[in-house]
Structures are given as structure tokens and as C-alpha cells.
Design a protein around this ligand. Structure first.
Ligand code: C5P
Ligand code: ZN
Length: 457
């Protein structure tokens, strides 16, 4: 921990030597919050900062960045392609599996932490921002950027870092506890479903898919029946329900999940820690870290990451726009799930897959894959393809159980993608790749074999 913080301080010291920095960040909730933290703390330190959101760092993207001839701070991205960054002066704060360590890289993996759960792109970036103070500016030493802590937690939750144990662990935990001490964050034990702040209970239950509960998930009539039998008004928000009503709903859900043989660990994860951003208005997406992160995903994944950044910075117009985008995002997710229902999921020996072609945007096919997982075969990682302007986008998701059995998707996807002329990376439990068109079958064959080998070890 000390060594990691020393590295954070050193990287901050190096960044402060520059008058101008380009922040390059990833287009998801963790990336938007990471980029916002970097950008804001640079401006406060009197450094000119511009920000660029990227889907992934491929050679073409890296060339454009190189041409800008400026110091670059990569956030929530960069570690997987560090060898391609030659010729760029950079800092990296990322948590994806790194190619190797580097003095200007802060990555939990380099310090013995698991970047899938213990520190995200945003929380890693936050640790550097804490040291990014410049005594020569207007702000002097008054600001330690700790007001940016809550959005770093939104980033970690956006990357599902709390989902394995139903709570944040590792260095994320230290950060969230600091937020609690400072009165920025309240930690409550509650149902870990999306929409507790903003949606009627009926809709919250209908749209939840983790775990997939037959007769409830996607089933409005089933939900209304259940709530009626419990004497719960379906059209009030979860946050407005009395505690005994909440208890009734939770025990009914647990009972149903057990009846349907849903794995015990998935049932346990239904209830866990929820992170409330105390300074945000109650009943809005921004109040709850899970909902806030969905709101951000709904902007970035549709090419409006700047809107997401505006939301993080408290811009009211950006928030209004983001809510419109969220409706669109929800529709796309539900259409995506319906598509998979219609097309079905193919099984190979060690993996299962579907090809969305142009039916699901490549930017959300990973989210859809994760949601469909719960109705597919839980014993095999799920792989999804979608068309993208750079070839075929691949997204893969595993269960924690599979990871414990040896599956490491980032390693497997990297290997399989590179074998067919593509690129890939990410985390043990969630990873992505882009491969040339027409190479899907070859890719699947290699991936199936590699996952098989991982499981044998
Ligand atoms: O795009 P998707 O949501 O499937 O990505 C899953 C994870 O894999 C993300 O953390 C993403 O940053 C990572 N990824 C990667 N290299 C790629 C594609 C995705 O590291 N080429
Ligand atoms: Zn991330």
C-alpha cells in the first residue's frame, strides 16, 4: 500500500512539471469518472487540460495521440498496450491487466492487488489526484481533491468491482471508508438492484436480471402478483417503502431464487452494501452509486461521454440530456436481450456464444452478454460478437466461480485475438477484443481451447 501511494505521489510530481496535458480515457462509467477526476485536478493545479474519450487504444488511435505531441495522462486505459506507447510522454492510471510495469504507471496489479476488484480506473486516478496540488495556483494547498472521492466510487461500482462480494474490498474499501468518515458517502445494506432511487418497485424488480429469477425478471404480471400477495404498492419507489415491506420483498425474492435452484452465491449477492452519495438529491440517479454509473454508461456508450462528464461536474443541462440517453440505453438493453432470446446461445465445449451482428451496438454488447449470462449455462463463459467500424467487437463475461476454477478471460481473449490478427484484454471476469471480420470461427476455436486449458490447470 505504501509503495503504491509513493508511486502515486511520484507520478503526480512528474505530471505537475507540465503546463499542458491531454487526458485520454475509456468510454465507460469508470473511464468517465477517472477522466473527470484527472481533468478537474489538472485544471485546479493550473495545468491546461484537454480530454479525449476512446473506445480502445489501437494503433490508429495511438498514432493520432502521438501526433498531438503533448504529455498524455491515460486513465482507465493504457496498461494493456504500454509497449505501443513508445514516443509518447505519458502517465497511466489504470487497472486493466498490464503488459508490464513502468515507473509512470499506477496499476494495482503491479503492487499485488487485483485490479478487477480492489481498485478501478477511477479510484486509481483518484489516488494520484490527491497528490496533484500546486502551491503556485489560486487554490494553493487548500484543495486536496477529496471532493472527487464520491465519483471515484461511482467508477469502481460502474466496473462492478463490488459485485463479487456485494461490497467494495481492498483499496477501494479504504477509499469508500474515507468517504464515509468525511460525510460524503453513506454505506447501507440493501437490495443490490438498479433503480431503487428512481423507479417504481414493480419496474425495479422486472428489469433486474442479476440473478435472473424465473417468473419475476422480465415478467410484469409475475411481479405485480408477487407484490400484491405481499401487500406492497407496486408503484412507489423502493426508497419510499417501509422497512418491513422491504424485508417482505427481499425474503420472497430469496425464497423464489432458492426454489429455482439459483446458485447460493448469486442469492447472497442480492443483498449487500449500497453506496449513497449524501450530497446528491434523494430520488435522483446521482444519489446511488449503482444508478449513477448506469447513467454515465448511457452517455459514453452512445458517443456523448462529455455529457457524462458534465453530470459528474454537476451540470444541470448535462443531467437532463443524460436522462434522455438513459431511456434510450434501457430500450437498447432490453431489445438486446430480446434479440438473444430469439437467436439463442450456441454452446461449444468450454464456452457459449452469440453473434449480434448489427442488432446490438458494439458498445453495449458486453453489458447485454453479462445480463444474458444468468439465463445461459453458468458453467461456461459467454462470448458475444457485434459488428463495429473497426472489425468485429468481442465481449466476454465469466462468473466468479469460473474465475476461481482458473478462467482468466483477459489472457484468453488476448491470446485468441492476437492469433487471428486482433487485439484484446481486460480482466479475469470480463474482457473484450476486436478481431478482423470473418475470423469469428477461428477465434472461437482457439478461445474454446485456451479456456479448456485454463480450466484443466
Ligand atoms: O467492451 P467490454 O465491455 O466487453 O470490455 C470488457 C473489459 O475488457 C473492459 O474493462 C475493457 O476495457 C476491456 N477491453 C480491453 N481490450 C479490448 C476490449 C476490451 O482491455 N480490446
Ligand atoms: Zn475500468
Amino acid at each position: 500500500m505504501n509503495e503504491l501511494l509513493r508511486r502515486a505521489a511520484e507520478i503526480a510530481r512528474q505530471i505537475l512539471k507540465h503546463e499542458e496535458v491531454l487526458v485520454v480515457t475509456h468510454i465507460d462509467a469508470d473511464g468517465i469518472t477517472a477522466g473527470t477526476i484527472a481533468h478537474t485536478s489538472l485544471l485546479r493545479a493550473g495545468i491546461e487540460s484537454r480530454i479525449k474519450f476512446v473506445k480502445q487504444l489501437d494503433e490508429v488511435e495511438i498514432e493520432t495521440i502521438k501526433d498531438k505531441n503533448t504529455f498524455v495522462w491515460f486513465t482507465d486505459i493504457g496498461s494493456g498496450v504500454i509497449d505501443l506507447l513508445e514516443g509518447i510522454e505519458f502517465a497511466i492510471t489504470d487497472h486493466h491487466v498490464p503488459q508490464r510495469s513502468h515507473p509512470m504507471q499506477l496499476n494495482p496489479h503491479d503492487f499485488g492487488y487485483d485490479g478487477a476488484f480492489e481498485l478501478s480506473g477511477a479510484t486509481t486516478t483518484y489516488l494520484v489526484s490527491r497528490y496533484l496540488r500546486n502551491g503556485t495556483t489560486l487554490f494553493d494547498y487548500e484543495i486536496d481533491n477529496s471532493d472527487l472521492l464520491p465519483i471515484s466510487i461511482v467508477g469502481a461500482v460502474g466496473d462492478l468491482q463490488d459485485s463479487r462480494w456485494g461490497m467494495l474490498k481492498g483499496l477501494n474499501r479504504e477509499i469508500v471508508m474515507e468517504g464515509k468518515r468525511k460525510g460524503q458517502i453513506e454505506i447501507i445494506r440493501d437490495l443490490r438492484f438498479f433503480g431503487k432511487q428512481t423507479r417504481p418497485v414493480a419496474k425495479m424488480l422486472e428489469y433486474n436480471s442479476d440473478p435472473f429469477i424465473p417468473g419475476i425478471t422480465g415478467n410484469e404480471a409475475g411481479v405485480l402478483n408477487l407484490l400484491d400477495s405481499l401487500g406492497v404498492d407496486p408503484w412507489v419507489r423502493w426508497i419510499d417503502l417501509e422497512i418491513d415491506k422491504k424485508r417482505k420483498v427481499v425474503s420472497a425474492l430469496v425464497g423464489l431464487a432458492m426454489d429455482f435452484g439459483i446458485p447460493y452465491t448469486s442469492i447472497l449477492r442480492m443483498v449487500g452494501e449500497c453506496y449513497i452519495l449524501i450530497n446528491e438529491e434523494e430520488g435522483t440517479e446521482k444519489r446511488d452509486a449503482m444508478e449513477f454509473s448506469t447513467l454515465l454508461n448511457a452517455t459514453a456508450r452512445y458517443n456523448e461521454a462529455e455529457v457524462g462528464m458534465g453530470v459528474c461536474l454537476g451540470d444541470v443541462r448535462a443531467y437532463r440530456r443524460a436522462r434522455t440517453l438513459l431511456q434510450n440505453h434501457r430500450r437498447n438493453l432490453s431489445d438486446g436481450i430480446k434479440f438473444v432470446d430469439r437467436e439463442g446461445i450456441e454452446e461449444l465445449e468450454n464456452i457459449q456464444y452469440f453473434h449480434a451482428r448489427d442488432n446490438i451496438p458494439d458498445t453495449i454488447v458486453g453489458i447485454v452478454a453479462g445480463m444474458c449470462f444468468y439465463k445461459g449455462n453458468r458453467e461456461k463463459p459467454i462470448v458475444a460478437f457485434a459488428e463495429s467500424d473497426k472489425g468485429v467487437k468481442v465481449s466476454a463475461r465469466a462468473t466468479y466461480r469460473l474465475v476461481e476454477k482458473g478462467v482468466h478471460l483477459a489472457k484468453a481473449l488476448k491470446k485468441a485475438a492476437e492469433s487471428v490478427g486482433g487485439v484484446g484484454g481486460g480482466h479475469s471476469v470480463a474482457a473484450g477484443a476486436t478481431i478482423p471480420e470473418g475470423k469469428e470461427d477461428e477465434f472461437l476455436k482457439i478461445l474454446d481451447r485456451v479456456i479448456g486449458e485454463q480450466l484443466k490447470r
